[in-house]
Design a binder for this molecule. Structure first.
Ligand code: ADP
Ligand code: MG
Length: 613
């Protein structure tokens, strides 16, 4: 009795894209199916650690590729874990992983299904790029019944009970008429070597009467010597473990010997993945214990701020007899993690010497790496050392902290920075007036994490790191311009403070401003305005909002004029109106919205009109 079932709606949408588009890289279907076969062998190998009986019928693991020219079919077989009926329905009828809707949307937008198919965990369906029908016969290890799953990729699928002696899965592709090259052994050999050479199990080409032929090297790539591995093999392995389609920006293959021995083969992608900032994004390093695949969900194998690193760690010293969940509490894991982090950081430091090259990395992952300054107590200086920032000094290149220091004059013992939403708005922030005047460089920071890491790294190589708002005292200089009268100025501040009391805590005269009449800042040591905005955007409470200070410039003609008007009662309304406009101006310069845009716009027009009338 056949069970007819429909695909989940998402699967249908995806299949529709896969089948109806013409892709130039169709041959990757074979990589995906071999990769699944290899995963299936990994799973059984792992199970067999604790229940050896379960794998006894399968013999040595291998993957067999059998072309049939007459039938125009290609069969990929493995003796791995296999699937029961529930597995078939669950894994090959629905898409469980989150992000599938993203896949459909991404492909619809960019039309690059080949690139995305592996990344989204929908590799199996790529079979329908070349096959008009797929027939799977499979038996799960340790179970009696076998099953056949058949589908044309359009009208759902059918499952019937089947006969199969041994555990494992045969995937038979009935190739489309114009896909005859996938029964050609020369071509098959070529694509297997290109895409799947690194697979740790033998991949065998079944040539019928001519016998079987081993096509790949069949040993785990990371166990081979560096000198014997070509760049292309590394890259292909990277694509396999990362499900990416690009080349790695960095490849790091190392062996640690001594107390604990382990091997790492790690990569940093050239491109940022679509989900780098999704809250549930976890690291995806694969952990092996003595070549047995354990899991890619071991928390804490690598810190979160290195979550973009792909690849594998293999250690023979980790205990095989404890559960995956318990592994992360093994003290050895802590050592492996520390060692791996320090290798990665060292390598990044080397690469940072070449600015252009390093920027390719920094533009993608710098914002994530910087989280490490905040999170990684032990390595924070090292991470700061390889971090780059915008600066008032140089409009094009980003600068490192060391480069900043090298440009400081010898009295300056502080690295100054300012935070805000937008680098270009920041450049013109009035808070920088005095720094410009004195020729002091300021780092411009616009990422949320920039609000946090300086709090835990108040000093770097003997230099204090300070927000410009905390720099008051250092920033006055002798000025001989005309200045508002002290007495009237004090009265003006008091008046303005009273008028604005619902919005600012204080109005003070400052020596810091040059061209701007006013500027907004916060009380020393309080949360910056940028951080306040970030919190508000994330609907976090701002009950502990900072005390805002409106600073006024006693050298500015506008402020001088206002202070002259302050004693005459007749000016009261005018002063009130201008005070409101000045606060709005300060907000605009800070990159904030004004509280009453219509009022602001109307007043500005009126004043402009007075000027040109
Ligand atoms: P992914 O491999 O990323 O999970 P796929 O679409 O390639 O996504 O495969 C979907 C699922 O189908 C796999 O996770 C696995 O559970 C199952 N599967 C596919 N091929 C095999 C196979 N040869 N043996 C056992 N299970 C398989
Ligand atoms: Mg897969």
């Amino acid at each position: 009795m056949a069970d007819k079932m429909a695909f989940q709606a998402d699967v249908n949408k995806m299949l529709d894209i896969v089948i109806n588009s013409l892709y130039s890289e169709k041959q990757i279907f074979l990589r995906e199916l071999i990769s699944n076969a290899s995963d299936a062998c990994d799973k059984l190998k792992y199970l067999a650690l604790t229940s050896p009986d379960i794998a006894k019928e399968s013999g040595a693991f291998k993957i067999i590729i059998k072309p049939d020219e007459k039938e125009n079919t290609l069969t990929i077989s493995d003796n791995g874990i296999g699937m029961n009926k529930d597995d078939l329905i669950k894994h090959l009828g629905t898409i469980a992983k989150s992000g599938t809707a993203d896949f459909v949307k991404n492909v619809a937008d960019n039309g690059s299904a080949c690139e995305l198919i592996g990344q989204f965990g929908v590799g199996f369906y790529s079979a329908f790029m070349v096959a008009e029908k797929v027939e799977i016969t499979t038996k799960k290890a340790g179970e009696d019944k076998a099953w056949t799953w058949v589908s044309n990729g359009v009208d759902g699928f059918e499952i019937t009970e089947a006969k199969k002696d041994k555990n494992g899965t045969d995937i038979k592709l009935f190739l489309k008429k114009d896909e005859k090259n996938y029964v050609d052994t020369i071509y098959l050999r070529h694509i297997i070597r290109t895409y799947s050479d690194h697979i740790a199990y033998p991949i065998v080409l079944d040539l019928g009467k001519a016998g079987e032929e081993n096509v790949n090297s069949g040993s785990a790539l990371w166990t081979r010597n560096k000198g014997e591995i070509t760049e292309e093999q590394y890259n292909e392995f990277y694509r396999h473990v990362s499900h990416n389609f690009d080349d790695p920006w960095m490849t790091l293959h190392f062996k640690v010997e001594g107390n604990i021995e382990y091997t790492g083969l790690l990569f940093i992608p050239e491109k940022a993945p679509y989900d780098l900032f999704q809250p549930d994004k976890k690291n995806s390093l694969k952990l092996y214990i003595n070549k047995v695949y354990i899991s890619d969900k071991i928390e804490d194998l690598i810190p979160n701020y290195l979550r973009f690193v792909k690849g594998i760690i293999d250690s023979a010293d980790l205990p095989l007899n404890i559960s995956r969940e318990m592994l992360q509490f093994s003290p050895l894991m802590e050592k492996i993690k520390a060692g791996t982090v320090s290798r990665l950081l060292k390598e990044l430091k080397k690469r940072a010497k070449n600015y252009d090259d390093y920027m390719k990395f920094w533009q993608n992952f710098g914002i994530v790496l910087k989280e490490g300054i905040y999170e990684d107590f032990k390595n924070r200086e090292e991470i700061a050392e390889i971090s780059y920032f915008h600066s008032t000094n140089d409009k094009v290149r980003l600068t490192s902290l060391d480069e900043y220091i090298s440009r400081c004059n010898k009295d300056q013992k502080t690295i100054y920075y300012i935070t805000g939403d937008d680098i270009n708005i920041l450049r013109n922030n009035p808070q920088l007036d005095a720094f410009k005047q004195k020729g002091i460089e300021v780092l411009l920071m616009n990422e949320p994490i920039d609000e946090f890491w300086p709090q835990v790294l108040p000093n770097y190589k003997g230099y204090a790191i300070k927000h410009v708002a905390q720099a008051d005292a250092d920033m006055s200089w002798k000025r001989d311009e005309k200045k508002a009268d002290e007495g009237s100025l004090a009265k003006l501040c008091e008046k303005m403070a009273e008028l604005l009391k619902s919005e600012v805590g204080k109005v003070t005269a400052t020596e810091k401003l040059t061209t701007s009449p006013v500027s907004l800042t916060v009380e020393n040591g309080q949360m910056s305005l940028h951080l306040e905005r970030l919190m508000r955007n994330h609907q976090q409470q701002t009950a502990f909002a900072s005390t805002r200070i409106l600073e006024i410039n006693p050298y500015h003609p506008l402020i001088i004029r206002l202070s002259e008007m302050i004693d005459d009662k007749a000016n009261e309304d005018k002063i009130a109106e201008i005070t409101k406009i000045l606060l709005d101006q300060a907000k605009v310069a800070e990159g904030e919205a004004v509280s009453d845009p219509a009022f602001y716009a109307e007043k500005i027009s009126q004043y402009i009109l007075k000027d040109i009338a």
